[in-house]
Design a protein around this ligand. Structure first.
Ligand code: G3P
Ligand code: MG
Length: 243
């Protein structure tokens, strides 16, 4: 089962920062997930929330703030004083960090609340610039965004994020229309319906798996991988003959 560090190893380091990426690499993960958004001046940055308040010393919306101002903010001290001085990274910095490794990078286009016209194009351009086409999975909750990705770069894998019951997915051909590599359902809604989806040839990566009971369910349903904030613990559990 593939272990994907959710927002980096975000239990041990501030989410979506270079220390969290480095921690994930140190933890020996197979893949790392990050969230990306656009700043006011159209830079692709790595951050989960649409506003700066929770994970930085700043405030306000990402899309209304130029990167030069975001760069000066502290994105580490909210997590722990020893991460003081950590900055909000550009996507390029993460690509630079992982390009000489073997990990797969899940780039979540965080465009479900705020529309970022051109985000897909910019992300794809950077992925190509770093020759990472084969080791990237582009994901989004938005089907139209994945459709844009399919149009712009059919060879880069696409994963659909899904919140809620899996039933609607069984009865349509979305996976076919978007030529999906994977579906990423919330662990809260995981049922045996994933078996039907897997039979269609789509990989299943539930998010976010933290508890042993959740991992047991994933193993029972034979999912292909899990997003977790705690890759070290999950790898340890997987190494044991639990449940
Ligand atoms: O990619 C899986 C997961 O990251 C989706 O939810 O809100 O943590 O980005 P969120
Ligand atoms: Mg995410």
């Amino acid at each position: 089962m593939i272990v994907i560090a959710h927002r980096g190893s975000s239990q041990l380091a501030p989410e979506n920062t270079l220390p969290a990426i480095k921690q994930a690499l140190h933890d020996g993960v197979d893949a790392i997930e990050i969230d990306v958004q656009l700043t006011q001046d159209n830079k692709v940055i790595v951050i989960h929330d649409e506003w700066l308040n929770r994970t930085t010393t700043g405030s306000g919306f990402v899309f209304l703030t130029p990167y030069a101002r975001i760069r000066r903010l502290d994105a580490g001290s909210w997590f722990h004083p020893r991460f003081k001085g950590t900055h909000v990274p550009l996507l390029e910095e993460v690509l630079e960090e992982v390009k000489h490794t073997k990990v797969t990078l899940h780039i979540e286009l965080k465009n479900n609340f705020i529309d970022y016209p051109g985000l897909e194009k910019q992300v794809i351009k950077l992925v190509k610039q770093y020759n990472m086409e084969e080791r990237v999975i582009l994901s989004s909750f938005r089907q139209d965004s994945l459709e844009t990705c399919l149009y712009l770069a059919p060879s880069i894998k696409r994963g659909l994020l899904w919140w809620g019951s899996l039933t609607p997915l069984i009865n349509n051909s979305l996976w076919q229309k978007l030529q999906l590599y994977s579906i990423h359902p919330s662990i809260l809604f995981l049922t045996s319906e994933v078996r039907t989806l897997r039979k269609k040839g789509v990989l299943i990566f539930p998010y976010v798996v933290e508890r042993k009971s959740q991992l047991m369910l994933c193993r029972r349903l034979k999912v292909d991988g899990v997003f977790t904030n705690s890759p070290r613990q999950i790898r340890k559990l997987l190494g044991q003959n639990f449940g």
